[in-house]
Write a protein that binds this ligand. Structure first.
Ligand code: EAX
Length: 339
Protein backbone atom coordinates (compact mmCIF):
# COMPACT_ATOMS: atom_id res chain seq x y z
CA UNK A 1 0.00 0.00 0.00
CA UNK A 2 2.70 2.39 1.10
CA UNK A 3 4.72 1.60 -2.01
CA UNK A 4 1.73 2.22 -4.22
CA UNK A 5 1.04 5.60 -2.64
CA UNK A 6 4.68 6.57 -3.05
CA UNK A 7 4.58 5.51 -6.71
CA UNK A 8 1.47 7.60 -7.33
CA UNK A 9 3.08 10.58 -5.63
CA UNK A 10 6.28 10.16 -7.62
CA UNK A 11 4.43 9.94 -10.91
CA UNK A 12 2.51 13.06 -9.89
CA UNK A 13 5.72 14.93 -9.25
CA UNK A 14 7.17 13.73 -12.55
CA UNK A 15 4.12 14.82 -14.51
CA UNK A 16 4.33 18.19 -12.78
CA UNK A 17 8.05 18.44 -13.57
CA UNK A 18 7.53 17.49 -17.21
CA UNK A 19 4.67 19.96 -17.44
CA UNK A 20 6.87 22.76 -16.15
CA UNK A 21 9.77 21.68 -18.35
CA UNK A 22 7.65 21.95 -21.43
CA UNK A 23 6.09 25.17 -20.22
CA UNK A 24 7.68 27.41 -22.80
CA UNK A 25 4.81 26.89 -25.22
CA UNK A 26 6.41 24.66 -27.84
CA UNK A 27 7.82 22.16 -25.40
CA UNK A 28 11.37 22.29 -26.71
CA UNK A 29 12.49 24.00 -23.60
CA UNK A 30 15.93 22.46 -23.40
CA UNK A 31 17.08 23.93 -26.68
CA UNK A 32 15.81 27.38 -25.79
CA UNK A 33 17.22 27.73 -22.32
CA UNK A 34 20.47 26.01 -23.27
CA UNK A 35 21.88 29.12 -24.90
CA UNK A 36 20.49 31.66 -22.45
CA UNK A 37 21.19 30.59 -18.90
CA UNK A 38 24.72 29.31 -18.66
CA UNK A 39 24.33 27.57 -15.32
CA UNK A 40 21.14 25.71 -16.08
CA UNK A 41 21.89 22.27 -17.50
CA UNK A 42 20.36 21.26 -20.80
CA UNK A 43 17.69 18.69 -20.00
CA UNK A 44 17.42 15.62 -22.22
CA UNK A 45 14.33 13.57 -21.40
CA UNK A 46 14.60 9.99 -22.66
CA UNK A 47 11.38 8.03 -22.98
CA UNK A 48 11.13 4.23 -23.00
CA UNK A 49 8.36 1.70 -22.43
CA UNK A 50 10.02 -0.92 -20.25
CA UNK A 51 10.15 -1.75 -16.54
CA UNK A 52 12.53 -0.20 -13.95
CA UNK A 53 14.66 -3.39 -13.87
CA UNK A 54 14.82 -3.73 -17.67
CA UNK A 55 17.86 -3.63 -19.97
CA UNK A 56 16.64 -0.31 -21.42
CA UNK A 57 16.61 1.32 -17.99
CA UNK A 58 20.03 -0.13 -17.11
CA UNK A 59 21.57 1.01 -20.40
CA UNK A 60 20.05 4.47 -20.15
CA UNK A 61 21.26 4.90 -16.58
CA UNK A 62 24.75 4.14 -17.87
CA UNK A 63 24.22 6.70 -20.65
CA UNK A 64 23.03 9.27 -18.12
CA UNK A 65 26.04 8.70 -15.89
CA UNK A 66 28.48 8.96 -18.81
CA UNK A 67 26.89 12.04 -20.39
CA UNK A 68 26.75 13.92 -17.12
CA UNK A 69 30.34 12.97 -16.35
CA UNK A 70 31.68 13.82 -19.81
CA UNK A 71 29.86 17.17 -19.96
CA UNK A 72 30.61 18.16 -16.39
CA UNK A 73 26.92 18.30 -15.65
CA UNK A 74 26.13 20.67 -18.54
CA UNK A 75 23.67 18.08 -19.75
CA UNK A 76 21.07 16.56 -17.45
CA UNK A 77 19.69 13.25 -18.76
CA UNK A 78 16.28 12.34 -17.31
CA UNK A 79 14.88 8.87 -17.91
CA UNK A 80 11.15 8.22 -18.11
CA UNK A 81 10.38 4.49 -18.35
CA UNK A 82 7.22 2.34 -18.20
CA UNK A 83 5.62 4.25 -21.11
CA UNK A 84 4.98 7.22 -18.77
CA UNK A 85 5.52 9.58 -21.72
CA UNK A 86 3.52 7.43 -24.14
CA UNK A 87 4.01 4.61 -26.62
CA UNK A 88 7.08 4.02 -28.78
CA UNK A 89 5.23 5.47 -31.75
CA UNK A 90 4.37 8.61 -29.74
CA UNK A 91 8.00 8.91 -28.67
CA UNK A 92 9.36 8.58 -32.20
CA UNK A 93 6.91 11.23 -33.39
CA UNK A 94 7.84 13.44 -30.45
CA UNK A 95 11.56 13.16 -31.15
CA UNK A 96 10.94 13.87 -34.82
CA UNK A 97 8.90 17.00 -34.02
CA UNK A 98 11.10 18.17 -31.14
CA UNK A 99 8.45 17.89 -28.40
CA UNK A 100 10.55 15.12 -26.83
CA UNK A 101 14.37 15.16 -26.74
CA UNK A 102 15.22 11.45 -26.84
CA UNK A 103 13.90 7.89 -26.86
CA UNK A 104 15.13 4.31 -26.81
CA UNK A 105 12.75 2.19 -28.88
CA UNK A 106 12.52 -1.08 -30.75
CA UNK A 107 13.23 -0.42 -34.41
CA UNK A 108 9.98 -2.17 -35.48
CA UNK A 109 7.74 0.89 -34.97
CA UNK A 110 10.43 3.00 -36.71
CA UNK A 111 9.64 1.25 -39.97
CA UNK A 112 6.53 3.43 -40.17
CA UNK A 113 8.92 6.41 -40.49
CA UNK A 114 11.70 4.89 -42.55
CA UNK A 115 11.22 1.75 -44.62
CA UNK A 116 14.94 1.07 -44.52
CA UNK A 117 14.47 -0.54 -41.10
CA UNK A 118 12.06 -3.20 -42.40
CA UNK A 119 14.85 -5.60 -43.26
CA UNK A 120 15.60 -6.18 -39.55
CA UNK A 121 12.00 -7.27 -39.07
CA UNK A 122 12.18 -10.28 -41.39
CA UNK A 123 11.77 -13.57 -39.52
CA UNK A 124 15.06 -15.42 -38.88
CA UNK A 125 17.12 -12.80 -40.75
CA UNK A 126 19.50 -13.09 -37.77
CA UNK A 127 20.11 -16.35 -35.96
CA UNK A 128 22.92 -15.20 -33.68
CA UNK A 129 23.84 -12.00 -31.89
CA UNK A 130 27.21 -11.61 -33.61
CA UNK A 131 25.75 -11.21 -37.08
CA UNK A 132 23.06 -8.89 -35.73
CA UNK A 133 25.69 -6.65 -34.13
CA UNK A 134 27.77 -6.74 -37.30
CA UNK A 135 24.83 -5.56 -39.41
CA UNK A 136 23.71 -2.95 -36.88
CA UNK A 137 27.16 -1.45 -36.31
CA UNK A 138 28.25 -1.79 -39.93
CA UNK A 139 27.28 -0.01 -43.10
CA UNK A 140 23.69 -1.33 -43.17
CA UNK A 141 22.78 -0.06 -39.72
CA UNK A 142 24.61 3.22 -40.07
CA UNK A 143 22.84 3.97 -43.32
CA UNK A 144 19.47 3.35 -41.68
CA UNK A 145 20.26 5.77 -38.87
CA UNK A 146 21.47 8.33 -41.40
CA UNK A 147 18.18 8.00 -43.30
CA UNK A 148 16.31 9.19 -40.21
CA UNK A 149 17.92 12.62 -40.50
CA UNK A 150 15.44 13.64 -43.18
CA UNK A 151 12.76 13.02 -40.53
CA UNK A 152 14.43 15.34 -38.03
CA UNK A 153 15.92 12.46 -36.03
CA UNK A 154 19.56 11.94 -35.07
CA UNK A 155 20.25 8.20 -34.64
CA UNK A 156 22.81 7.66 -31.88
CA UNK A 157 23.17 3.93 -32.27
CA UNK A 158 21.50 0.55 -32.31
CA UNK A 159 21.37 -1.17 -28.95
CA UNK A 160 19.78 -4.52 -28.12
CA UNK A 161 16.22 -5.44 -27.40
CA UNK A 162 16.79 -9.05 -28.33
CA UNK A 163 15.58 -12.29 -29.86
CA UNK A 164 11.83 -12.58 -29.48
CA UNK A 165 10.08 -15.67 -28.17
CA UNK A 166 6.42 -16.52 -28.19
CA UNK A 167 4.21 -16.83 -25.10
CA UNK A 168 0.51 -17.65 -24.83
CA UNK A 169 -2.13 -18.78 -22.39
CA UNK A 170 -3.79 -21.44 -24.56
CA UNK A 171 -1.38 -24.28 -25.44
CA UNK A 172 2.26 -25.29 -25.73
CA UNK A 173 3.80 -24.44 -29.13
CA UNK A 174 5.92 -27.20 -30.66
CA UNK A 175 5.42 -26.65 -34.37
CA UNK A 176 4.20 -23.86 -36.68
CA UNK A 177 0.66 -25.33 -36.87
CA UNK A 178 0.24 -24.84 -33.13
CA UNK A 179 0.20 -21.07 -33.67
CA UNK A 180 -2.89 -21.26 -35.90
CA UNK A 181 -5.90 -19.33 -34.66
CA UNK A 182 -4.11 -17.74 -31.69
CA UNK A 183 -4.68 -14.04 -31.16
CA UNK A 184 -1.18 -12.66 -30.81
CA UNK A 185 -0.25 -9.08 -29.90
CA UNK A 186 2.51 -7.68 -32.11
CA UNK A 187 4.38 -4.42 -32.45
CA UNK A 188 3.01 -2.05 -35.06
CA UNK A 189 5.02 -3.35 -38.00
CA UNK A 190 3.88 -4.71 -41.37
CA UNK A 191 6.53 -7.46 -41.65
CA UNK A 192 5.75 -8.77 -38.17
CA UNK A 193 2.03 -8.72 -38.96
CA UNK A 194 2.56 -10.60 -42.24
CA UNK A 195 4.76 -13.19 -40.51
CA UNK A 196 2.07 -14.18 -38.04
CA UNK A 197 -0.62 -14.04 -40.70
CA UNK A 198 1.47 -16.52 -42.70
CA UNK A 199 1.51 -18.80 -39.66
CA UNK A 200 -2.28 -18.63 -39.53
CA UNK A 201 -2.42 -16.63 -36.32
CA UNK A 202 -4.69 -13.70 -35.69
CA UNK A 203 -2.18 -10.85 -35.16
CA UNK A 204 -3.23 -7.69 -33.32
CA UNK A 205 -0.99 -4.60 -33.23
CA UNK A 206 -0.98 -2.84 -29.86
CA UNK A 207 1.33 -0.46 -27.96
CA UNK A 208 3.43 -2.16 -25.31
CA UNK A 209 1.91 -0.15 -22.45
CA UNK A 210 -1.45 -1.85 -22.99
CA UNK A 211 -0.10 -5.36 -23.30
CA UNK A 212 -0.11 -6.66 -19.73
CA UNK A 213 -3.77 -5.77 -19.22
CA UNK A 214 -4.70 -7.24 -22.60
CA UNK A 215 -3.04 -10.53 -21.64
CA UNK A 216 -4.61 -10.48 -18.20
CA UNK A 217 -8.09 -9.83 -19.56
CA UNK A 218 -7.44 -12.31 -22.39
CA UNK A 219 -8.23 -9.76 -25.06
CA UNK A 220 -5.27 -11.49 -26.72
CA UNK A 221 -4.00 -15.05 -26.21
CA UNK A 222 -0.34 -14.32 -26.50
CA UNK A 223 2.56 -12.02 -27.33
CA UNK A 224 6.21 -12.24 -28.32
CA UNK A 225 9.18 -10.52 -26.69
CA UNK A 226 12.73 -11.22 -25.49
CA UNK A 227 13.03 -13.25 -22.26
CA UNK A 228 14.24 -10.21 -20.37
CA UNK A 229 10.95 -8.42 -21.09
CA UNK A 230 8.81 -11.50 -20.35
CA UNK A 231 10.54 -11.46 -16.98
CA UNK A 232 10.73 -7.75 -16.09
CA UNK A 233 7.20 -7.00 -17.33
CA UNK A 234 5.93 -10.04 -15.39
CA UNK A 235 4.19 -11.64 -18.35
CA UNK A 236 4.77 -15.00 -16.60
CA UNK A 237 1.93 -14.01 -14.28
CA UNK A 238 -0.57 -14.09 -17.14
CA UNK A 239 1.01 -16.51 -19.67
CA UNK A 240 1.53 -20.25 -19.11
CA UNK A 241 3.42 -21.26 -22.24
CA UNK A 242 6.76 -20.04 -23.53
CA UNK A 243 8.11 -21.26 -26.88
CA UNK A 244 11.78 -20.51 -27.61
CA UNK A 245 11.22 -19.54 -31.23
CA UNK A 246 13.68 -16.63 -31.51
CA UNK A 247 11.78 -15.69 -34.66
CA UNK A 248 12.63 -11.96 -34.81
CA UNK A 249 15.69 -10.08 -33.60
CA UNK A 250 14.74 -6.64 -32.31
CA UNK A 251 17.39 -3.90 -32.24
CA UNK A 252 16.69 -0.88 -30.02
CA UNK A 253 17.45 2.54 -31.51
CA UNK A 254 18.66 5.44 -29.38
CA UNK A 255 17.21 8.55 -31.00
CA UNK A 256 17.52 12.28 -30.42
CA UNK A 257 15.84 15.32 -31.96
CA UNK A 258 18.24 16.35 -34.72
CA UNK A 259 17.76 20.10 -34.45
CA UNK A 260 18.53 19.98 -30.75
CA UNK A 261 21.63 17.86 -31.39
CA UNK A 262 22.85 20.15 -34.19
CA UNK A 263 22.52 23.23 -31.98
CA UNK A 264 24.78 21.82 -29.27
CA UNK A 265 28.47 22.78 -29.01
CA UNK A 266 30.80 20.31 -30.69
CA UNK A 267 32.24 19.07 -27.39
CA UNK A 268 28.77 18.27 -26.06
CA UNK A 269 27.89 16.47 -29.28
CA UNK A 270 31.06 14.43 -28.98
CA UNK A 271 30.27 13.56 -25.36
CA UNK A 272 26.79 12.36 -26.31
CA UNK A 273 28.08 10.22 -29.16
CA UNK A 274 30.79 8.64 -27.03
CA UNK A 275 28.42 8.03 -24.12
CA UNK A 276 25.85 6.44 -26.45
CA UNK A 277 28.50 4.11 -27.82
CA UNK A 278 29.86 3.07 -24.43
CA UNK A 279 26.36 2.62 -22.99
CA UNK A 280 25.42 0.48 -26.01
CA UNK A 281 28.23 -1.96 -25.19
CA UNK A 282 27.20 -1.98 -21.54
CA UNK A 283 23.55 -2.59 -22.40
CA UNK A 284 24.29 -5.43 -24.81
CA UNK A 285 26.44 -7.16 -22.21
CA UNK A 286 23.73 -6.60 -19.59
CA UNK A 287 21.29 -8.50 -21.86
CA UNK A 288 23.70 -11.38 -22.39
CA UNK A 289 24.45 -11.73 -18.67
CA UNK A 290 20.81 -11.49 -17.61
CA UNK A 291 19.51 -13.92 -20.21
CA UNK A 292 21.65 -16.78 -18.88
CA UNK A 293 19.56 -17.19 -15.76
CA UNK A 294 16.17 -16.28 -17.20
CA UNK A 295 14.96 -19.60 -18.61
CA UNK A 296 15.35 -21.26 -15.22
CA UNK A 297 13.73 -18.31 -13.50
CA UNK A 298 10.71 -18.30 -15.83
CA UNK A 299 10.27 -22.05 -15.34
CA UNK A 300 10.33 -21.51 -11.59
CA UNK A 301 7.65 -18.87 -12.05
CA UNK A 302 5.48 -21.58 -13.57
CA UNK A 303 5.99 -21.19 -17.31
CA UNK A 304 5.99 -24.33 -19.40
CA UNK A 305 8.87 -24.01 -21.87
CA UNK A 306 9.09 -25.67 -25.29
CA UNK A 307 11.93 -25.64 -27.85
CA UNK A 308 10.34 -25.89 -31.30
CA UNK A 309 12.45 -26.73 -34.34
CA UNK A 310 13.37 -23.26 -35.58
CA UNK A 311 14.05 -24.56 -39.07
CA UNK A 312 10.38 -25.52 -39.39
CA UNK A 313 9.35 -22.02 -38.37
CA UNK A 314 11.87 -20.50 -40.75
CA UNK A 315 10.48 -22.48 -43.66
CA UNK A 316 6.89 -21.71 -42.72
CA UNK A 317 7.59 -17.95 -42.67
CA UNK A 318 9.67 -17.80 -45.87
CA UNK A 319 6.76 -16.42 -47.99
CA UNK A 320 7.20 -13.15 -46.09
CA UNK A 321 10.60 -12.62 -47.74
CA UNK A 322 9.00 -12.78 -51.16
CA UNK A 323 6.11 -10.61 -50.07
CA UNK A 324 8.44 -7.78 -48.99
CA UNK A 325 11.28 -8.33 -51.43
CA UNK A 326 10.45 -5.34 -53.64
CA UNK A 327 9.76 -3.00 -50.77
CA UNK A 328 12.93 -3.88 -48.86
CA UNK A 329 15.21 -4.56 -51.83
CA UNK A 330 16.73 -7.92 -52.66
CA UNK A 331 20.31 -6.57 -52.37
CA UNK A 332 19.66 -5.36 -48.83
CA UNK A 333 18.24 -8.73 -47.80
CA UNK A 334 21.09 -10.64 -49.44
CA UNK A 335 23.72 -8.35 -47.94
CA UNK A 336 22.52 -9.29 -44.46
CA UNK A 337 21.98 -12.97 -45.19
CA UNK A 338 25.51 -13.22 -46.60
CA UNK A 339 27.15 -11.78 -43.50
O1 EAX B 1 10.99 -1.87 -27.26
O2 EAX B 1 6.61 -3.35 -27.89
C1 EAX B 1 7.41 -4.26 -27.66
O3 EAX B 1 7.04 -5.44 -27.62
C2 EAX B 1 8.88 -3.93 -27.47
O4 EAX B 1 9.64 -5.09 -27.34
C3 EAX B 1 9.09 -3.03 -26.28
O5 EAX B 1 8.26 -1.92 -26.36
C4 EAX B 1 10.53 -2.56 -26.16
Amino acid sequence: MKGKLLAVLLIGIMIFAVGCGGGSSDGNNAAETGGEKKDEPIVLRVSHTLAPDSHYQAGLEKFEELVEQKTDGKIDVQIFGSAQLGSERDAIEGVSLGTLEMTLTSTAPLANFSKAFLVFDLPFIFTDRESAYKAMDGEVGQKMLKDLESKGIKGLGLWENGFRNLTNSVRPINKPEDVKGLKIRLMENPVHMATFQTLGANPTPMPFGELFTALQQQTVDGQENPLIIIDTSKFYEVQDHLAMTGHFYAPAALLMNKKLFDELDADLQKAIIEAADEAKKFERQFCIDKEKELLEKLKEKGMQVTFPDKEEFRKATMPVYEQFQDEIGKETIDAILNM
